[in-house]
Ligand binder design. Sequence first.
Ligand code: KDG
Length: 353
Amino acid sequence: MRMNTWLKRLAAGVVLPGVLLLGACGNDGGGTTKTGSASTEGVQVRTIKAGIGNSETHPQGQGMIKFKELVEEKSGGKMKVQNFFDATLGDDQKMTEALQAGMQEVTVPSTSPLVGTIKEFGIYDFPFVFNSEEEAYAVLDGAVGQKLLDKLPGHDLVGLGYWENGFRNLTNSKHPVETAADFKGLKIRTMQNEVHLDAFSKLGANPSPMAFSEVFTALETGTVDGQENPLATIQTQKYFEVQDYLSITKHVYTPFVFLVSKKFWDGLSEEEQKIMSEAAQEAGKYQRELNQKENEKALKTLKEEGMKINEVTPEEMEKMKEIIQPVTDEYAKKFGADLVEEMMAEVEKVRGN
Ligand code: KDG
């Protein structure tokens, strides 16, 4: 039988079932795909560029991998997520600007660098406000958290919820920090955030704002003596290679906020927006749980890596809080006393007061 007959037959007859089969699990670019119960009728083939500053092994990176799995599963493989780790697309501020310009679709920055765009996010930066993750979740997942997310569309951003960076602790190469006086003269890297800068200045330290991806080199070269981050970040960024002392200060709880480019979001169908929201929520729940576990494990690892670790006593934390209080009061007025009051009422509720 001549070749082209085969081909015709092929085209016409034999492979029909195959195509159908393909139809059932892959996609043919625009057709309907069945995923579990949901139809992907209104879902287009899309690629979502998502970037973060942390590494793939960090709980934030693991959260992004979970997000990718969920989006691709819920969209029947039509919506693909391309994850970029280790600030390869730039640091939090740069990636947030790329979202606003519609050059990138997703990033999950710390809320602290966002204060330059929406000042009210600064309420999360007040030192020693939260004593536990539960208190933070009550605020973030409650009315206050939503009020701040609702401000984002006015800045070409859409917020799909809060993930967890966590409680920050201080490392340095000079000496253990056990009291407020031990901060005196320490050159400390902070995030680009005025509350953090003023709080560390108030403690007598010499803070300098710096992008996340520049921290390791600045510590290695001695440009700064120390930095502060959650334990999982200190471990995954290998700061133990260039820092001797770790002081458990838990001085600030930093949330991550899941951001989407509004330009991209407004072009999505309702189904596609639902897939993104559900995936960000479910991956966020997974990320928070993993973050707590990894932060606990990191303490042991950092000890094994030779860091000299001291716990700051609650009494000394209270003294540090008193010293910083004028800074908190000043910014509370700037960010909105009502909002701060509402946040503290939420925290007191968790404390049973
Ligand atoms: O994207 C990761 C950063 O948001 C985060 O880890 C930044 O905590 C941070 C820091 O110290 O800059």
